[in-house]
Structures are given as structure tokens and as C-alpha cells.
Design a binder for this molecule. Structure first.
Ligand SMILES: Nc1ncnc2c1ncn2[C@@H]1O[C@H](COP(=O)(O)OP(=O)(O)OP(=O)(O)O)[C@@H](O)[C@H]1O
Ligand SMILES: [Mg+2]
Length: 246
């Protein structure tokens, strides 16, 4: 690995500590008002925004480090059920957008319970009971990062619903993420996988859209010998299908 890359990665790695200090500080102010003093509604709102954004930063740091590991061909394999993969991705996403729902998801015990909880937020699941319980042997952090990026994009662009489905065929894990948003015109199908390509134009979306998600997904997939198929067009919603050999 070139020297400059190592230095950048160490620098990114070292961001972890200050970010957790910021996070812990904001959480103390919010949750321990008896010792830090009472807060106004407006102060609570600002603190919650700080906490949400430290979470987003922590995630970016971890994703970049995971990509670094991928570049070096480092695989950390473990066995885990599909249910744990999907549930943890949903928790990560709701932790950011709706922590109350994330808490409820954390407590669900069955597929049906989980389905009911997320249905209220316009999210559907489609897994057979057998697939849901299947144990797979993969690099969980990498698969989670792939699924989280696709689901986050679907949430960002949907009109009203997102569906996550999964199956296993010929010893391959197939995950599909579908939304009913404005879709992606055929002319952009290649471009969206390039680094820093986003369709957002306002300053707001420049902060929220880095155009790194899908480029990262492709790096991770290539690493695992997987593929991605995009089915979408202008006004037709989008469906991303990921296939990973088991
Ligand atoms: N489900 C989707 N529906 C419509 N457009 C999408 C969808 N997913 C991705 N795109 C388009 O592809 C572009 C690139 O996506 P990508 O995930 O790489 O970056 P991003 O979401 O803009 O930012 P981030 O780095 O935070 O993921 C997006 O800006 C968007 O224009
Ligand atoms: Mg994205």
C-alpha cells in the first residue's frame, strides 16, 4: 500500500477517539440532566442533532476503514443467520432516522414482529422462514455495509415504500432492495457507481450525499466475488440485486 494511503487511513482511524468523546459528552448532557443541569427544548433538539451526526461520522470512518481492509484483501469470516444481518442493518438505519423505532426493533424476537414494526415506516420484508433462519459464512461487516448502503439509498429516494428481500439459490445469497422513487435514468446507470457522482445539487444534499456509497459497495462486492444488477429507469423506482457466493 502506498505511504500516503497508510497515513490517510491512520488519520481516519485516529478520528475514532475524538468522535466518541464528542458523542459521550453530548449524550451525558442529554441523559444526565440531574447532574449537568436542565435543558430547554431547543437545546435538546441541538444535542440530538449532534448525536445523530456523530453517528453518521462514526459510520463513515468505519466504512472507509472497511474499504481499506478490502483493498488489502483482508476477510474476517464468521457464521451468522440472515435474520441477524437484516435486523442489524435496520437498527443501524433507524438509529439514525428514528431511534424510538430502532429500540423497538432491537426487542423484536420473530420475523412477524419485526415485519409489523417496520411496516408502519413503509418498509417491507420478503424472506421465507427457511432463508430467514439460514446461517451463512461471510464477512459480516462487509455484507452489512453493502446492505446498509442500498437500503439507505432506497430510503433517501423512495416515494412511499422500500422492500428488502432475500433468497438462496445455487449456493449464492441473493439480496434485493427495491423502492418506488423516481428511479435512475438508463443514461446514469454506469455513472452512479463512480466515486463522487451524486444527483443532488443543493448544499444540503452535498452534505448528505458523498457519492461514495455505491462505489464502496462495488469494491466490497468485487472482493467477495459478488455481483450487482440494477433494474431501474426514469419514474420507475429502483431495484438493486446483489448476489454473493457462499
Ligand atoms: N434507490 C435509488 N433511487 C434513485 N437514485 C439512486 C438510488 N440509489 C442511488 N441513487 C443515485 O446514485 C447516486 C450515487 O449513490 P451513492 O450511494 O453512491 O451516493 P449518495 O447516496 O449520493 O451518497 P453516500 O456517499 O452518502 O452514499 C445518488 O446520488 C443517487 O443519485
Ligand atoms: Mg448512498
Amino acid at each position: 500500500m502506498p505511504d500516503a494511503t497508510i497515513k490517510t487511513e491512520i488519520l481516519i482511524h485516529d478520528l475514532k477517539v475524538p468522535i466518541s468523546v464528542i458523542d459521550a459528552g453530548a449524550k451525558s448532557l442529554l441523559n444526565r440532566q440531574e447532574s449537568y443541569g436542565p435543558l430547554t427544548e431547543k437545546q435538546i433538539k441541538v444535542l440530538k442533532r449532534i448525536i445523530r451526526n456523530t453517528l453518521a461520522t462514526q459510520r463513515l470512518v468505519n466504512d472507509v476503514l472497511e474499504l481499506g481492509r478490502s483493498r488489502e484483501g483482508v476477510m474476517i469470516l464468521s457464521s451468522f443467520p440472515i435474520s441477524a444481518l437484516v435486523t442489524s442493518v435496520l437498527m443501524e438505519i433507524f438509529d439514525f432516522s428514528d431511534p424510538g423505532v430502532a429500540e423497538v426493533i432491537r426487542k423484536t424476537k420473530t420475523y412477524n414482529e419485526l415485519e409489523q414494526v417496520i411496516k408502519a415506516s413503509g418498509t417491507g420484508l420478503s424472506f421465507s422462514p427457511k432463508v430467514w433462519k439460514t446461517m451463512v459464512h461471510l464477512d459480516q461487516a462487509k455484507v452489512r455495509q453493502i446492505l446498509r448502503n442500498l437500503v439507505t439509498n432506497a430510503f433517501k429516494h423512495r416515494a412511499s415504500f422500500v422492500e428488502i428481500s432475500g433468497s438462496i439459490k445455487e449456493n449464492q445469497l441473493i439480496l434485493k432492495v427495491k423502492d418506488d422513487g423516481r428511479g435512475i435514468p438508463l443514461a446514469d446507470h454506469k455513472k452512479i457507481f463512480e466515486t463522487y457522482f451524486t444527483t443532488g445539487s443543493s448544499i444540503e444534499s452535498a452534505i448528505e450525499s458523498h457519492g461514495l456509497g455505491l462505489a464502496g459497495v462495488m469494491v466490497l462486492l468485487k472482493d467477495m466475488g459478488g455481483t450487482l444488477v440494477l433494474d431501474s429507469d426514469d419514474g420507475k423506482g429502483a431495484e438493486f440485486t446483489v448476489t454473493i457466493p457462499l
